[in-house]
Structures are given as C-alpha cells and as structure tokens.
Design a protein around this ligand. Structure first.
Ligand code: SF4
Length: 553
C-alpha cells in the first residue's frame, strides 16, 4: 500500500520534510520544484508510515485504498510522475533521486540582538515570511494588514467550496498569537502610515501586498454593465469588505462567458453553476448565496485562446470540474484540433482528462434550458472579440474555426490574470506589475524587501510562497549580519500609537480572535462553518465587542 497526494496539494513541501524515505518529489532543492502542478508520492518507495498525511496543512494526502470518487485517479497521477525516470546513478536505487546535502534554514548568530521586522500583508506570502523569521530567529515581527482581519488571499481568494485549501491559512494563522508577533490590522501603509514612518520603527520591512488588480481584455464593450473582473466576483462571493453586495448583479443572465483558462476561471465557473444547497454548507458570503439561489445562470462558457493541451488550469482543478454534482462538462468541438488534441493526449497529459467530457459542436442559437443539467462548456482556440450591448452585455463575439461565433450571454467575466499595483514610496515596474528587486531586496532601498506576487508576479499557488519567502528572509538576515539594516528610531509601542492615532481602529490579535469567534458563532447558528462579516464596520465592531469579553483563542 502507498499514500497519494491529491487535489488540494498546496506544494508548500511540509510533507517532504517529514518523509523518512525521501519519496515525495519534487523537493524544494530539485530543479522542477515550483514548476509541477503538485507534489507526488513515489509508490515504489513509500513505506506507508503516514507521516506526510499528519503533516499536510491542507489534508491532501491519503492511503490509496481510502481514495474514493474523483480522488481515485490520484493513485495513477502520483505513479505517472515517476514513470520512465531513470534510477539515480549515485545510488543505483529503484528511485531516481538521491539524498542531497542537508539544507538548514538561514538563521542569525545566537548572540545577535533581536531585530524588529514589519510584514505588510497577512496572506500566505507574508505569513510564510513571518513563520520563517519566528521559527528560525529571535526576531520580533509586526504583522500589518490594511483590512481589519488577517488572511489575505486565503480568506478572500480561495473558493468557498475548497475548505481543504483554506487549511493552509489555518496552519499559518497560529503565528498570529506567537509571543514575538504583534498583530496590527486596519492600517494601510502608504495611506495611514507612510513607508518611511513604518521603516523608522523597524529594522526591516517585508512587503507582501500581492497583486490585487486584474488584467483587462482590451475589447470593445468591455465596460458595459454585465462585464466584470473575476477579482470582483471572487471578492464578492468571499465577502471581501471592499466589495459591496451589489457589486455583482447576476440579473436574468442564463449564460455567462468567462474569458480565461486558469484555476480562477474554473473556480468562478464552478461557483456560478453549483447547487446553492451545496454552497450553503460553506463559508460563502450570505449575499452571494442569496443571489446564487435566485440566479438563472444555467450555462457557463470558458473561452481559451489556446488548445486543451496548453490550458493554464491544473489537472486537479479540471478533474474536480468534471465531478460537480448536477453539472455536465462539455467540450465545444468547433475546431477539429480540439478533439485531435484530446485523443492524442498521453496518460499524464491534462487534455486526457477531458476524455470523459461530453463532446458537442455547440449551437449558440439554443437557449440554456431549465430542464437539463447545468453545464460548463470549454471552448478552446477561441479569443473574445467584442462584448455586444448596447445597454448591457447581451452577447459575446468570439473567434472560432469557421468564423466568429455570437454567444448570447448576460454576463462576461474576465479571468486572465491578476496584476500588482504601485505602493507609494516603492519603485514599481509597470510592465510586470511588480516591485523591482534582487533576491527579495527592493532595488535602490535599504531595509525593504518583497515577497509573493508583488515580488515574482501573480503565478504559483499558496505553497509556492514558502520557497519565495525563504529567499527573501535569507537576503534580509544576510543584510542584518552584514550590518546593512538601518537602526529604527522608534519603538514597537510608538508604532502602535502612531497607527492607532491615524486610523482610530487598530485591531490586534485579541480583536482578530474575537472576529473569528463571532463568525464561527454566526456559522454555528446557521449550520455552516462560519458566516463572514462582510463590512469593515461589522468587523471592527466584532473585534471591539469580543475583545472586551474573551481571551485570545
Ligand atoms: Fe513518505 Fe511515509 Fe508519506 Fe509514504 S506515507 S510518502 S513514506 S511520509
């Protein structure tokens, strides 16, 4: 028997560190780490000890004999990763890998005076950096977020029907109450407090502000009512306090067109056609659940410029898309290259997973019906050309093998990637939407660092941030040892006073715990894991109310 890694793998490699026989790959020191869609267990070497399953932050690892339903395929998916790999010449073992030199996280000399580091952004990138600093040095860490609640993209980006993935956030959240961590939420750097003021109270600042904006399509009609970004839609269904409940109106749309072929596009498609009764068991925003209960959307069309062999989504997300209860997955065969690519795909290729999908050359004059199953239609080799109005989106013209197709739709969602935004006081590269840096050190600045999407651009899942953070923290610690960090003029308390004076609503770890308790209590009353507070005033009020009553927990 062996274990297998499954759909929710976050690739943060926590499991790699605990495997006694080094049979989970790629490891962070192997060249293909960060390029594969997930990590894989080598079934020939696994000794079935279960250590990886215990360590996995997202509950993605199971014995293969416990895999059921769509997860069953992961036994073959794990094994396929090792097929055809040559034994390592050094060991001449049946596996391809060899033990490398032991790698230790960079630390500081034991007699080094504690440094104080601010981490701006409490999503996965910032929290991996904080974890690295708190576990491997005696640094004090100030965790800062412009929102009155922590979590970043784990709280506001992960789809509500992926609770396993949110487990990565729970694992990182334990550092909110670390004795050397101080939580300061509801303060925006660049608005309430300047980067210079922040730097003056810390030895170093790590910016983990992500990529909150989105890329545009650049087609006529893109700004019509009914056309919106996936970032707005994701924020809407995740109860982001800066996205109003009215920001998304599903109206009478029976069909939605989503432009994009990445995992975010698949998330949005799934949420739009999932049974609202199933979503009611998640932490989806109350207002989104109500709108989806009233929704008339019966079909979502995903437009991809390239073929199924080049789609940007991961195999695991596509596999899940084919198993949404009551939803039929359809491939539009308008272009002969599409069926050709699916038929020619090898067992480890993503396109092979579409063999179970319905194939159909879709007749766009047919209205999505109420009677049949809800559908997700994948239309490859088709770029959007225009959103047709005149007053609101009523159709999308998209390219096709035999000329453009006019696809009637009341909703157009662009899901072609996130984009970073400039932060006052920091350099910014408009072309890449990132802060220019060298190994995490912000170019032209001292004591300023970046991590996550604002550093490397909007690619890679949650776990990719662990290695990214390790590089940045390594640069920071090297600078500390070399005496290149400017000494802070102000104390941690002085920073808290400054931030509180400017915002009047600073939330600390006790307030954060109070928000968590309030949301879980609302959820318990509704039979749900939590009901999120969806506005800044509600979040702040819960933090203040609960802070007076309960302990951190
Ligand atoms: Fe490694 Fe044990 Fe997990 Fe097998 S079950 S992959 S041996 S940690």
């Amino acid at each position: 028997m062996t274990y297998a890694i499954t759909q929710t793998c976050c690739s943060d490699a926590t499991c790699v560190a605990v495997c006694p026989v080094n049979c989970i790959h790629p490891t962070p020191d192997e060249p293909d780490f960060g390029t594969t869609e997930m990590l894989y267990v080598d079934p020939k070497t696994c000794i079935d000890c279960g250590a990886c399953a215990d360590a996995c932050p997202v509950d993605a690892i199971f014995p293969v004999d416990r895999l059921t339903g769509p997860l069953k395929k992961y036994e073959a998916i794990n094994a396929a990763h090792y097929e055809g790999r040559e034994p390592a010449p050094v060991l001449a073992s049946p596996t391809f890998h060899a033990w490398g030199e032991p790698a230790f996280a960079r630390s500081l000399p034991s007699d080094f005076a504690p440094i104080r580091v601010a981490v701006v952004g409490t999503g996965p990138a910032g929290m991996y950096a904080a974890e690295d600093l708190l576990l491997h040095t005696n640094a004090e860490v100030t965790l800062i977020d412009r929102l009155p609640v922590a979590g970043g993209l784990v709280r506001y980006g992960v789809a509500p029907d992926h609770p396993g993935t949110k487990g990565a956030g729970d694992a990182l959240a334990r550092f909110h109450t670390h004795p050397r961590a101080t939580v300061r939420l509801g303060v925006e750097i660049g608005k309430d407090v300047t980067p210079e003021e922040l730097a003056a109270h810390h030895d170093a600042v790590v910016y983990a502000v992500g990529a909150p904006s989105d890329r545009r399509l650049g087609i006529p009609g893109e700004d019509l009512p009914g056309s919106l970004s996936a970032t707005s839609l994701v924020s809407w269904y995740n109860a982001h306090p800066e996205t109003a409940p009215e920001a998304v109106a599903l109206g009478t749309a029976r069909r939605a067109v989503i432009v994009g072929n990445g995992n975010v596009a698949l998330d949005v498609a799934r949420i739009l056609v999932s049974d609202p009764a199933a979503l009611a068991a998640t932490d989806i925003a109350d207002h989104a659940l109500a709108a989806l209960r009233d929704s008339r959307v019966r079909e979502v069309v995903l437009l991809g410029r390239r073929g199924p062999e080049d789609a940007a989504y991961t195999a695991s997300e596509l596999l899940a898309l084919g198993h949404v209860p009551g939803v039929e997955l359809v491939v539009d065969t308008h272009d002969p290259r599409i069926a050709g690519a699916i038929d020619a795909a090898g067992p480890g290729d993503k396109a092979a997973l579409l063999r179970d999908a319905t194939r159909e050359t879709v007749d766009w004059t047919r209205a999505p019906g109420d009677g049949g199953p809800r559908r997700i239609v994948l239309r490859f080799h088709s770029a959007p050309e225009e959103a047709l109005g005149p007053d609101a989106v009523r159709a999308v013209r998209a390219g096709g093998a035999d000329g453009p197709a006019e696809i009637p739709a009341g909703l157009l969602v662009r899901a072609i990637g996130y984009r970073g935004v400039p932060l006052a006081g920091l350099p910014f590269d408009e072309a890449t939407g990132t802060v220019p840096h060298t190994a995490g050190r912000v170019d032209g600045m001292t004591g300023a660092y970046v991590v996550g999407w604002i550093k490397r651009g909007p690619s890679g899942g949650i776990g990719a941030n662990r290695a990214c953070a390790a590089e940045t923290v390594g640069s920071l610690l090297a600078d500390a040892v070399d005496g290149r960090l400017p000494k802070p003029a102000g104390s941690a308390k002085a920073f808290a006073r400054l931030a509180r004076d400017r915002t009047g609503r600073l939330i600390d770890a006790r307030g954060l715990a109070a928000i968590d308790r309030a949301e879980r209590a609302r959820g318990a009353a509704a039979g749900r894991p939590r009901v999120k507070l969806a506005t800044v005033p509600e979040l702040v009020a819960a933090a203040r109310r609960g802070r007076l009553r309960g302990p951190v927990g």
